[in-house]
Design a protein around this ligand. Sequence first.
Ligand code: HEM
Length: 132
Amino acid sequence: MLPVDLDTIRLFLHVLAATVWVGGQITLAALVPALRLTGADVPKAAANAFNRVAWPAFALLVATGIWNVVAIGSVGASYQRTLWLKYALVAASGLTAWLHARADSRGRLAVFGALTGATALGALFVGLMLAG
Ligand code: HEM
């Protein structure tokens, strides 16, 4: 069997947090129509419950992301540029998720919801480019 080392733990925690942040958003969005059928306030209650795991997951992504950067050490210019793209996507995903949670109209809810989902997917994709 292959050994389990610190790199395995580092990537396990990073990917675990990514599954919650990205997969949770997709799952919640898929459930909203069914939740609406059970009551107008139910999607909001479900979103609040999701927020209680999503933000700790986001904090874990940033912490393990910094750990990744430290563990990788010196990198070439194209890796560095890809990393900057990832920082921008992560910042945009966090900011638009925060704006989505505070939106006071259906339009803002939809725009910031779509933006946080799209930028989270972008960060996931660029993360795999970095790992490749
Ligand atoms: C929305 C937030 C994020 C998502 C969805 C995400 C997702 C991922 C994924 C799926 C991987 C591939 C892991 C693998 O299979 O090897 C990865 C790798 C990586 N991520 Fe993230 N990440 C996020 C935030 C961050 C942050 C904030 C940083 C830096 C501060 C970061 C730095 C890295 C680095 C350097 C790698 C390469 C790790 C390696 O090759 O050992 N990530 N990310």
